[in-house]
Design a protein around this ligand. Structure first.
Ligand SMILES: Cc1ncc(COP(=O)(O)O)c(C=O)c1O
Length: 377
C-alpha cells in the first residue's frame, strides 16, 4: 500500500532530536525554528517529558472516559493556573480542528443559533465546521459549504459593527485567531478584539479565541488574545499542548452549562496524552518559558527589522513572520538546504518562525547570521 500523497515533503528523514536540534539519517544537524509547525513547545525529547510519558505508559496508557482519570483534573488545575483562567472548565480532545469543532458546536448549543462570523485569511482546521470557517475554498469540500458561516474582512471594525447591526441576534459565535498563522502572521488588532467582546456581550454571542497556533505561551502571554485585555468565552488549543503528543482542548467560561453527552470523544483526555500535557506545563512553569518567548522574540523581531531586504516583520514573541520580496521566496528553502535551519512559511514569501519556547539567544543569533548570509546572495 502507498501513502495517500497529500503532503509536499522535504526529502529529509529526521531520526533524532534534542531541544531545538534535529539530526537526519545521514548525521546532518539542523536548527529547528519550525518546531514541526509550532508543535514543539518545550523542546524535542525533553527529559522530564520523556520520563513522564514513559512512567505513565508503564502504568496505563489508555482507558475511556467512562472511568475516573485523575490526571485530567491535574492537567485542568495546572492549565487553569498557568493560563490565569482558573474558573474555566476544560474539555479534552485530540487536535486543533476538533477543538474548534467543539467550540463552535458548544456555542450553537448554548445560544440555540446557527450563524458563525469568521474572518478573511482565517484558518481553523479541516473538519466540517472548522473548515467551513476557514477562508480557503480549495480545502472546503462541497459537503462542507454552508451559508451559516459569514466571512468579514479581518480587523475591519466597521464591517463587524454593520454585520451585528443587521443579524446580530442570529450570531452563535465569532471565531478569531489572536495572530493568524496560515494567513501570514497577522495580528488581530486590540480595538478589533475589544469590539468583538463588546458586540458578543450585547448580542449574547460566543467569543471563540482560536489559540491552536498562537496560544500556549508562544507569544509571551499564555493566550495571544490576552494582549487586548479581553476574556474570550472559549479558548481552543492544541499544537504546543502536548509537545508533539496529539492532544487538543477547549477552555470554557463558567457561563456554559455541561450536561452528559453534550460533547464527547473516545481518545480525548487519555492517560498518556494527559501525562504529556502535564509535563509540558511543568516545564513552561518551572523554566519561565513565557518570559523566554517574550524576551527572545522581542530580540529577534528588533534584529530582523534592521535587515534592508526584509519588507515587514510581524508577530509577537516566538510567532514571527518575515515578509521578503517575492523574488527572494527561495530564501526559506536555502536556509534549510544550505544553512540547515528549519523554518515555516506562509506562501509565497513569508518565512514563519515558530520554534520551541526555550530557544536561546545563541539559536537566535545563528539564525540571524544565516539570514544575513542568504540575503547577501
Ligand atoms: C489557528 C489554527 N487553528 C486550527 C488548526 C487545526 O489544527 P489541527 O491541524 O491540529 O487540526 C491550525 C493548524 O494549523 C491552526 O493553525
Amino acid at each position: 500500500m502507498n501513502l495517500f500523497d497529500v503532503y509536499p515533503i522535504n526529502p529529509i528523514n529526521i531520526v533524532r532530536a534534542k531541544g531545538s536540534t534535529v539530526w537526519d539519517a545521514n548525521g546532518n544537524e539542523y536548527l529547528d525554528l519550525y518546531g514541526g509547525h509550532a508543535v514543539i513547545s518545550i523542546g524535542h525529547t525533553h527529559p522530564h517529558y520523556v520520563e513522564s510519558i514513559t512512567k505513565q505508559l508503564h502504568n496505563i496508557g489508555f482507558y475511556s472516559n467512562s472511568v475516573e482519570i485523575p490526571i485530567q483534573k491535574e492537567l485542568a488545575t495546572k492549565l487553569g493556573r498557568v493560563s490565569g483562567k482558573e474558573d474555566y472548565t476544560l474539555f479534552l480532545c485530540n487536535s486543533g480542528a476538533e477543538a474548534n469543532e467543539n467550540a463552535l458546536k458548544l456555542a450553537s448549543f448554548h445560544t440555540g443559533r446557527k450563524k458563525v462570523i469568521a474572518f478573511s485569511k482565517a484558518f481553523h482546521g479541516r473538519t466540517s465546521l472548522a473548515v467551513a470557517a476557514t477562508d480557503n475554498p480549495a480545502i472546503v469540500a462541497p459537503v462542507n459549504e454552508t451559508d451559516n458561516v459569514i466571512f468579514l474582512p479581518f480587523n475591519d471594525e466597521e464591517a463587524l459593527q454593520k454585520a451585528f447591526d443587521s443579524f446580530g441576534d442570529d450570531v452563535a459565535a465569532v471565531i478569531i485567531e489572536g495572530i493568524q498563522g496560515v494567513g501570514g502572521i497577522r495580528e488581530s488588532s486590540i480595538p478589533f478584539l475589544k469590539l468583538i467582546r463588546t458586540l458578543c456581550d450585547k448580542f449574547e454571542s460566543v467569543f471563540i479565541a482560536d489559540s491552536v497556533q498562537c496560544g500556549y505561551g508562544r507569544t509571551g502571554l499564555f493566550y495571544s488574545h490576552d494582549y487586548s485585555g479581553i476574556q474570550a468565552d472559549i479558548y481552543s488549543m492544541a499544537k504546543g499542548m502536548g509537545n508533539g503528543f496529539p492532544i487538543g482542548a477547549i477552555a470554557i467560561s463558567p457561563k456554559f452549562k455541561a450536561s452528559y453527552g453534550l460533547l464527547g470523544t473516545t481518545f480525548g483526555g487519555n492517560h498518556l496524552a494527559c501525562a504529556a500535557a502535564v509535563s509540558v506545563l511543568d516545564i513552561i512553569e518551572q523554566d519561565n518559558l513565557l518570559t523566554n518567548a517574550r524576551d527572545i522574540g522581542t530580540y529577534l523581531i528588533e534584529e530582523l527589522q534592521k535587515f534592508d531586504k526584509v519588507q515587514e516583520v510581524r508577530g509577537r514573541g516566538l510567532m514571527i513572520g518575515i515578509e521578503l520580496p517575492v523574488e527572494l521566496a527561495s530564501v526559506k528553502k536555502d536556509l534549510l538546504l544550505k544553512n540547515k535551519i528549519f523554518t515555516g512559511e506562509a506562501k509565497p514569501n513569508v518565512i514563519r518562525i515558530l520554534p520551541a519556547l526555550n530557544i536561546t539567544k545563541a539559536h537566535a543569533d545563528q539564525f540571524l547570521s544565516a539570514l544575513d548570509e542568504r540575503l547577501k546572495d
